[in-house]
Structure formats: structure tokens, C-alpha cells
Design a protein around this ligand. Structure first.
Ligand code: PMP
Length: 317
């Protein structure tokens, strides 16, 4: 990872080396943080952040679920995201806002006024599961680690602690020579990848596990719902057994980092023709078309980084 020069930290831009938290911060000991992963794309009109307001809204919801007091309003964090892209001179970036419980003793039930720290970093970032993975598909395996049951760790909160489970899933997959692991929910049905939602294509219909399957309700997942509707494809959210992965025509993963990544094998069994399938390719085409202007953004998903500065310049001129 190339370190960015400036990070937005507790309300202002600061040099990388100054954006630090204390070793006694509650979050370090207990995983009490919530965060987001957001992409900014280099579009023909300059850098634009994809579905920024929805990501910040999910950050607030994650904090609400875990009763973490947010010290800033959504507008401040939206602007902070744009500022870290602009100040570091980035054309495209992966944005990482994180909200964490600071130093407040060892109590597992911190008081409402316990300190909360907020940082936003923007880093240069390529294809999470590799450029080749995006084109050819990746090899995945079903993990021996399951997702936490719904009444243990709330999966719809993107909380730091949840990612201990994701790390076990991802590390096991890599040890087995796979690019990604797919976890089952506590009842043994399909859930999601360590950092992606899961889709199966069968006889022209898209299937994906529902919110109750211990998934993070992905924003890319929702983007696929919209793009699939545009292509006249039906998407069904339903509980899915593991073996559908083996007999699917196509399987793909979605996430801010992984974008839309085809899966060409699961547990050593070839999926469909063993390469990117036609529906996955059509969805990728629409998805990546949003960022080079081929797909009109009729949803208003792209939020330009420079718009405000440009407006300010115009106003002053
Ligand atoms: N599930 C998990 C566990 C994730 O970490 C992510 C990435 N944020 C996703 C799904 C996909 O979510 P999104 O499309 O909003 O990035």
C-alpha cells in the first residue's frame, strides 16, 4: 500500500504520521470500530465517488447498531471523503472511513460520552482479486469457518470485530490455493465471501442470499439489482444450499473492492464453462461503463470530487 500524504483525522486533514490512535484505545482491544470501503473512479469528468452518500449512511447505521456515538454529521464525512481524494491529488482511490472507540478504560459497556475518533484515508487501489480474476474468473472454496449466527454479531453492521471471521475465511482460502473463501451461514446455507456478496446464475435468473443469511447488505449487490433490471434479468433473494454453487451456470462475487468478479471454480469443481459467463460479462460491461461514460448514470450514483471547488471558482470569477 502506498501511504497517502494526508489523512482526514478528527475533523481536519493531517499528515499520515500524525493520524494515530493510542494503544489503549477501546477498539484495539475489543474490535469496537465501524468502517466503510468506498471507491472513487477516474471518470471523463474527473474523479467521482461511487454511491458516497449511501456508504456514509451505512456507516451511521453500523454505528447506531453498536451504539457508537457519531461525533460528526453525514455531510461533514461526505466532504471529508472528497477532500482526502483532492488533497492527495488522486484520480481514483479506495476510501476508508473508520469510526472507533478511543481510550476509555476497559469497560465493555462504555458510557455514551466515551471518546470516539474518526479517520478517512484515500489510497490508490487496483482490482482486489486481480485484473486477471476480473477477466477470467477466480477459484473459490467453501470455508470451514461459518458466518456468525444472526443473534451473535450483527452482520449488517460493518464492524471491525466482524472481520476476524472474514480473516479466517480469507486465510484458509489462500492456504488452499484459492483467491477467495465463501462462508456458509450458521444454518449451513450460503452466505457470502470474506468481503463480497455472492450471486449464482441459473437458467438466466440471478439468485443471491437474503439479509437473514448473515450477510453485509452490499451496495454493489444493490447496484447489480439495478443493472440486472436494466438488462431485463430477474434477481431472486432466497436461501440457497451450498451445492447450487457446483451446478450453477455462473457464479460471481460483488463488493466495492472486488467490484464484479466472476468465479470459475468452487472447491475444485468447474462452474459453467470454467470462465467468465455471459451474464456476468454483461453486468461487468454495464458496471464499468458507469465510470467511462458508456452507461448513463441515471441514478445519480457518481458524486464528483471537484464539483464544489469548481463551483467556488465560478462564484468568485
Ligand atoms: N460482505 C462483506 C463481508 C464485505 O466486507 C463487503 C465489502 N464491504 C461486502 C459484502 C460488499 O459490500 P459493498 O458492495 O457495499 O462493498
Amino acid at each position: 500500500m502506498k501511504a497517502p500524504e494526508q489523512i482526514w483525522f478528527n475533523g481536519r486533514l493531517q499528515p499520515w504520521r500524525d493520524a494515530t490512535v493510542h494503544v489503549m484505545a477501546h477498539a484495539i482491544h475489543y474490535g469496537s470500530s465501524v468502517f466503510e470501503g468506498i471507491r472513487c473512479y477516474a471518470t471523463p469528468d474527473g474523479p467521482a465517488v461511487f454511491r458516497l452518500e449511501e456508504h456514509i449512511e451505512r456507516l451511521f447505521q453500523s454505528a447506531k447498531i453498536h451504539r457508537i456515538r457519531m461525533p460528526y454529521d453525514a455531510g461533514t464525512l461526505v466532504q471529508g471523503c472528497k477532500d482526502v481524494v483532492a488533497v492527495n491529488g488522486l484520480r481514483s482511490a479506495y476510501l476508508r472511513p473508520v469510526v472507533l472507540r478511543g481510550v476509555s478504560g476497559f469497560s465493555l459497556a462504555p458510557s455514551h460520552d466515551a471518546p470516539v475518533e474518526v479517520a478517512i484515508a484515500a489510497i490508490e487501489f487496483g482490482a482486489y482479486l486481480g485484473e486477471e480474476g476480473l477477466r477470467q474468473g477466480i477459484d473459490a472454496c467453501v470455508s470451514s469457518w461459518q458466518r456468525a449466527a444472526p443473534n451473535t454479531f450483527p452482520a449488517s453492521a460493518k464492524a471491525g470485530g466482524n472481520y476476524l471471521n472474514s480473516q479466517l475465511v480469507a486465510m484458509e482460502a489462500q492456504r488452499l490455493g484459492c483467491a477467495e473463501g465463501i462462508a456458509l451461514s450458521a444454518d449451513g446455507l450460503l452466505s457470502e465471501g470474506s468481503g463480497e456478496n455472492l450471486f449464482i446464475v441459473r437458467r438466466g435468473v440471478l439468485y443471491t442470499p437474503p439479509a437473514a443469511a448473515s450477510i453485509l447488505i452490499g451496495i454493489t449487490r444493490d447496484t447489480v439489482f439495478e443493472l440486472a433490471a436494466d438488462l431485463g434479468l430477474r434477481v431472486v433473494e432466497q436461501a440457497l444450499p451450498r451445492e447450487l454453487l457446483y451446478v450453477a451456470d455462473e457464479v460471481f462475487l460483488t463488493g466495492t473492492a472486488a467490484e464484479i468478479t466472476p468465479v470459475r471454480s468452487v472447491d475444485g469443481i468447474t462452474v459453467g464453462a470454467g470462465s467468465r459467463g455471459p451474464i456476468t460479462a454483461a453486468l461487468q460491461e454495464r458496471f464499468f461503463g458507469l465510470f467511462d461514460g458508456r452507461t448513463p448514470d441515471r441514478w445519480g450514483w457518481l458524486d464528483p470530487v471537484a464539483q464544489q471547488r469548481a463551483q467556488r471558482v465560478t462564484a468568485a470569477a
